[in-house]
Design a protein. Sequence first.
Length: 348
Amino acid sequence: MIKSICFLTTYQCNAQCDYCECGPRSKKERLGLADIIRLIDEAKGLGTVGQVVFSGGEPTLLGNNLFTAIRHAAQLGMLTRLVTNGWWGTSRDKAQVFLNRLIEAGLYEINISVDDLHQRWIDLAHVRNSFLACYERKFKCLIAHKQMRNAKITQKYLESYFGVELVEFVPGKVYAEDEECRLISSGPVVPVGRNEEHVDWSELVYSPWTGNCSSVLKDVIIGANCNLLPCCGIVSKNIPEFTRNDLRKTPLIEAIDQANNDLILNWLALEGPAAMARFVRERDHSISFRDFYVGICHICNDVLTREDVRATLSAHIDEVVERVSLHRDFFEKARSNEKIMEHYCRLG
C-alpha cells in the first residue's frame, strides 16, 4: 500500500557532495508547479497516500513554487515534509523568517542533511541557524546524517555545536513534543555518484546488503523530469528501464500499476540485488562482484548498471519469471491473510 509520494523537485543543488549526482552543474530539469499540483491531486485520488515529501537536489531552489505546492498538499489534508541542506539559515533572523513561511504554507516537518560531505559546501553555522529555528518553535525536525569512520561531524560534535542534545530516531516510536524537534537519523554513505571511482573504502561504514530491498515499490518517487522512479533515486536515475514512465503522458495510477508488475522490480523487492548477483555469477563465471558492499543500494547500483551483468540478466531472465511470480503471489496472499486476521482481532 503506497502511503507517501516524494518529489525530487530538481537535480540542481548548491552543494556538490562527492557521492551524489546533484549539484550546481547538474541537469537543469525541474518539476513545474502545474505538474506537482496535478500529481499531488492524482496521489490523493489513490486513497492511501497521506504524505508528500519535497526533496531534490535542493527543493528550496524552487522558490515560491515550493510554498504553493506545500500549501496545496496541506489543504488536501496531507502531511508535508521538506528535505533540505539548511543553507537558508544565513542568520538567526532569516532562518526564523524562512521557517515561518514554510509553516504558514502548511509544512508538517523538516529534514536537514548534515555531515562531512555536505559541509564542504554548506556553512555549518547556517545549518545551526536553520535547526535552532525549528528547535525554538518546537517544530518537527530531523537531522539526516551520513556516517563515515573518521568523520569530523558526528552526533556528539553536532550536539556541542548546536548546544542541544539530539534524540536518535527509531522508526515507529512515538516522541514527545520536545523530542520531535531534535531528532537525528544516521545511515551509511552509499558511494554512488560523481566520486565513486575514487572511493576511500576505509572511510565507509557498512550495513547489511544481502537481503531483499525494502524500499523499492514501497512509495511513489517522482523525478525532476516528471518520471516515476521505483525507489529513492540513488540508483534508479542511472537505469533507463527504471525511468520509462513520463507522468506528463501516463496517469500516475497506470505508471504505478506497470511498476508493480515489473519483473526486475519485483525480483529486487522479494529477493534483492545480492540474489540477482548470485544468479548472474552462476550463469557466467567470468563475471565477478565485490566481496562486500556498503549496503543494498550499493550492490543494486553495481548489478543494474554494469553492461556485462545486464547482458547476462537479459539472456537468462526467462528462468526467473515463474519463481518470482509464485513468490509474489505467496507474499500477496500472506499479506491479505494478515489483514484479515487484523480485522478479526479488531472485531474481537
